[in-house]
Design a protein around this ligand. Structure first.
Ligand SMILES: Cc1ncc(COP(=O)(O)O)c(C=O)c1O
Length: 386
């Protein structure tokens, strides 16, 4: 008999990978499901980005393996981008590591720092990959609770009362997914101070800072941050390049070198034309982000309307690529509401419970759909409830 490794015990297939199969099955039965689940931008990157990819990939000398640390052109573009938008100074040679999407970086960080039995703080609710990457690396997840009452920020007083002696990493992500909560300076200062006090590496995952937000912020722009912080960033969301798989890790030289020791054994770099096109994408000006956000703003209004039809409550000041909403009385949890809407109205919305137990009374709706799609979804839901 062929058996899987012990490290896969307790690790299921990724929720969306499973759910998309179920949706495919329903589509094969002619149900034509409207999928408002995943945060995968439906609009293309800027045309100049596509032009660079086309022109570069037509050249004869760009098809070889690439540098493990990424093209200097891309690293310099990340450096300039961090300086321009976040006010953070980085050394392009030593403090930036391009990634094949930030998701792989989450795994690399866990594999680089966690030994069997080491603990990592993970947000509840939070992006499920933090949890699975910690477990796959042999670590133990210690949830820290985020609540609406505490602005979806960690409760540092509660954390200080717990035994932190085995904690090596803390996963944080602001603007927060799934709650859409923005960070503030005080939160960032508290995180850096907490990391220093307890010798914990603060791993900030920052893919949503430009979406519906005019003041993108980096945790690295906090005094003393480089001593205890690494930051992941991504071109998936704000540059509409999710399928291209380009992200970046920024931090102190020592951290980049340590993580590269793991990563350079996992892959052999990214296709150079993709890296050059990504560099172009990072050089886009405010017009680009404004145009992306104008679209999301309109869509968000439609999603608010949809959530009102469902009787949900939500904050209108949340940012990012989703709207997070608490479910009305009468449903056991978000899974029950999501299933009802899927099977009766043929619209898929994400149950908040997949982000952790603290998300169970919530649902999350993605803004990655056309206005017509949202209008259609609203009509379907209204009709299914008559
Ligand atoms: C919080 C968070 N981090 C990371 C990612 C992954 O981004 P990437 O496409 O760069 O791997 C996502 C994608 O949904 C996300 O929501």
């Amino acid at each position: 008999m062929i058996t899987t490794s012990k490290r896969l015990e307790g690790i299921g297939e990724y929720y969306f990978s499973q759910k998309l199969r179920e949706i495919d099955e329903l589509n094969k039965q002619g149900k034509n499901i409207i999928n408002l689940g995943i945060g995968s931008p439906d609009l293309p990157p800027h045309p100049d980005v596509i032009n660079v990819l086309q022109a570069e990939s037509a050249k004869p000398n760009v098809h070889a393996y690439q540098n493990y640390k990424g093209s200097p052109v891309l690293r310099n573009a990340v450096k300039d981008w961090y300086k321009q938008w976040y006010g953070v100074e980085l050394n392009a040679d030593t403090e930036i590591l391009p990634l094949i999407g930030s998701k792989e970086g989450i795994m690399h960080i866990c594999m680089t720092y966690l030994n069997e039995g080491d603990e990592a703080l993970v947000p509840n609710p939070g992006y499920p990959t933090y949890r699975s990457a910690v477990k796959l690396a042999g670590g133990t997840c210690v949830d820290y609770l985020l609540t609406a009452e505490n602005n979806w920020y960690p409760d540092f007083t509660a954390l200080e009362k717990t035994d932190l002696s085995r904690v090596k990493l803390m996963w944080v992500n602001y603007p927060q997914m799934p709650t859409g909560q923005l960070p503030n300076q005080q939160l960032f200062q508290q995180l850096v101070a907490f990391g220093k006090k307890h010798n914990i590496l603060i791993c900030h995952d920052n893919p949503y800072s430009f979406i519906l937000n005019d003041e993108p912020a980096s945790l690295l722009n906090t005094e003393g941050a480089k001593e205890v912080v690494v930051e992941l960033n991504s071109l998936s969301k704000s540059q509409n390049m999710a399928g291209w798989r380009v992200g970046t890790l920024c931090g102190a030289k020592e951290r980049i070198d340590e993580i590269l020791r793991f990563k350079s054994n996992m892959d052999s770099g990214m296709f150079l034309p993709v890296q050059l096109a990504a560099a172009k994408a990072l050089s886009l000006g405010k017009d680009w982000y404004d145009s992306v956000n104008a679209v999301y703003k309109q869509r968000r209004m439609k999603v608010f309307e949809l959530l009102e039809v469902l009787g949900c409550q939500f904050s209108r000041s949340q940012v990012g690529m989703f709207v997070w909403a608490s479910i009305p009385a009468g449903y056991t949890n978000g899974f029950a509401l999501s299933d009802e809407v899927l099977y009766n109205a043929h619209v898929f919305i994400t149950p908040g419970g997949i982000f952790g137990s603290a998300g169970e009374q919530y649902i999350r709706v993605s803004l990655c759909g056309s206005i017509e799609k949202f209008e259609d979804a609203i009509q379907r839901i209204k009709k299914s409830r008559n």
